[in-house]
Design a binder for this molecule. Structure first.
Ligand code: BES
Ligand code: MN
Ligand code: ZN
Length: 512
């Protein structure tokens, strides 16, 4: 999509769709709305009254223009209360506009850039808003049509203009604004990589295919990549990961991507580790049919890591970043691991397997051990790890288990910037004895209560002190049952933008 800036009169914007945002606590609906409404002889306000448009968050109204404006349609979008306005509201307006544009076959749109009152003249916030509009516009056009024989990827929407009053962004040069548009576009491209991977059916996206697609990303974006085969993993005693893979004819793989800066300005070494179960049938502890239906999404953490590595390659931070993916398929088979098996992996800790459906933590235990060999200062793992996390937080919010407070602060700042929904969860040591085994060092199953926490505590047993570590349980938000804002139905690409924002933030620190 072509992204540009627009500073002329919005009544004269020659576009198929014009999107304007209004606040729920401003009954006059703001200056831009009033200006358009006057051009339409009050018809826009009448339409809003008729449809009971209040500006509630995400509320939309599409108005067909008969004359008075050059635009063919106006989308009025509800930001909700002014106090809650920020980049995420702008991103959602743009995403909603893009989805309306696709539906009505609009080829061009203009998006109102609303500048918060307090943020006036604060260049950071204006650039973040411009980037968010670009992201939302691109993210909203995403559709997965790979396997539709009759439907092609819609190509109608070709252009988005970010519209603002020039005086409002005084002091910010056009070049900076255009760079923000470009950054938003690159970020949305990286999210689309993750969405494509998660949407891909599990008969196609096997662990080997996942590694092939990571290679393609690495090649296109000049990242180093190494793929460990079963033999390589045997040499490294990755028996937990291999064990999970044994129940499937599709061999497991460990993927290791590396970004190295041209000029190192920070001693941070960051490992992003993703759970890459291309399908999770549960193994011999087989899932019921209902629970299995969505299990192609069990590589959502890995997809986010691959997307984030692409984003990192674009952002060019000044520190080394590793992307490590434990890829496997969890199936029941004569050769599968059984409840009762004891397996010792790369870290030398013996694990009693009591439920083969708690496989993510087994794969991650070896991937985390591999990550520690890279001498990292920070490890962040992403995993669709537990249904319990969805019970705790719902489908829209990810659980963040963070061991070190300084990393927790940086992570919270990163998710505030990305607008992705995370909630800090406790690494409550009091639950640790649930994982005590009678016959091995640890078992892979705790009680029903606090299942997301005991899963995190299991992982923690495999991460040495002295490295900062965070575990993000993204089981809920990687996939969505309905479209809203910049998020389509299906894969969301959740995590990519937060990881990218985190890497940028950590790389800005010179000390390790
Ligand atoms: N991949 C699942 C978790 C999951 C469930 C992700 C639903 C997305 C949607 C994971 O491997 C799993 O099966 N976890 C079990 C753990 C249990 C056996 C301790 C669970 O959550 O039920
Ligand atoms: Mn499972
Ligand atoms: Zn799983």
């Amino acid at each position: 999509m072509k992204l540009s800036l627009y500073t002329d009169d919005l009544r004269e914007a020659p576009v198929d769709l014009l999107a304007v945002g209004v606040f729920s606590d401003e009954p006059d609906r703001g200056l831009t709305f009033a200006h358009l409404n006057r051009g339409l002889d009050g018809a826009l306000e009448s339409a809003c009254r008729e449809e009971d448009f209040k500006g509630r968050p995400g509320q939309t109204l599409v108005f067909n223009v008969g004359g008075g404006l050059l635009a063919k349609r106006v989308l009025v979008y509800g930001y909700g209360p002014r106090a809650g306005y920020g980049p995420e509201a702008a991103r959602r307006l743009a995403g909603e506009a893009a989805r309306v544009a696709l539906k009505v076959g609009a080829a061009s749109m203009a998006l109102q850039l609303t500048i918060p009152e307090q943020g006036d003249g604060e260049p950071q916030s204006v650039l973040a808003l411009v980037q968010a509009l670009a992201e939302g516009a691109e993210l909203g056009t995403y559709r997965y049509v790979e396997y539709r024989t009759k439907e092609q990827r819609p190509t109608a929407l070709k252009e988005a203009k970010v519209a603002f009053v020039a005086e409002d962004v005084q002091g910010i040069r056009g070049a900076q604004l255009r760079a923000a548009l470009q950054k938003g576009q690159a970020m949305a491209d990286a999210v689309a990589v993750a969405r494509d991977l998660v949407n891909c059916p599990p008969n196609v996206l096997t662990p080997i295919e996942l590694s092939e697609r990571a290679k393609k990303v690495a090649k296109a974006h000049e990242l180093a990549i190494k793929v460990l085969t079963v033999r390589d993993m045997e040499r490294q005693n990755m028996n937990l990961h291999l064990g999970v893979g044994k129940g499937s004819r599709n061999e497991p793989r460990l993927v290791h991507m590396t970004y190295t800066p041209d000029k190192k300005t920070s001693d941070r070494v960051i490992c992003l580790v993703g759970k890459g179960l291309t399908f999770d049938a549960g193994g011999l502890s087989l899932k019921p049919a209902d629970g299995m239906m969505e299990m192609k999404i069990d590589m959502g953490g890995a997809a986010a890591v691959i997307g984030a590595m692409q984003a990192v390659a674009n952002l060019k931070p000044g520190c080394v970043v590793h992307g490590i993916i434990g890829a496997a398929e969890n199936m029941p088979d004569g050769n599968a691991i059984r409840p009762g098996d004891i397996i010792t992996g790369k870290k030398g800790i013996s694990v009693e397997i009591l439920n083969t459906d708690a496989e993510g933590r087994l794969v991650l235990a070896d991937a985390l051990a591999y990550a520690q060999d890279q001498r990292p200062t920070d490890i962040v793992d992403l995993a669709t790890l537990t249904g319990a996390c969805m019970v705790a937080l719902g489908k829209l919010t990810a659980g963040a288990f963070v061991r070190e407070e300084d990393l927790a602060e940086d992570l919270a700042a990163a998710w505030k910037e990305s607008g992705e929904a995370f909630w800090r969860m406790p690494l409550d040591g009091a639950l640790r004895d649930q994982l005590d085994s009678d016959v091995a060092d640890i078992k892979n199953l705790g009680e029903r209560w606090g299942g997301a926490i005991t899963a995190a505590l299991f992982l923690q047993a495999f991460v040495d002190e002295g490295v900062r570590w965070a575990h993000l349980d993204v089981a809920g938000p990687v996939f969505s049952g309905k479209a809203a804002g910049h998020t389509p139905k299906g894969a969301t690409g959740f995590g990519v933008r937060t990881l990218a924002a985190l890497v940028e933030r950590l790389a800005a620190r010179t000390e390790a």
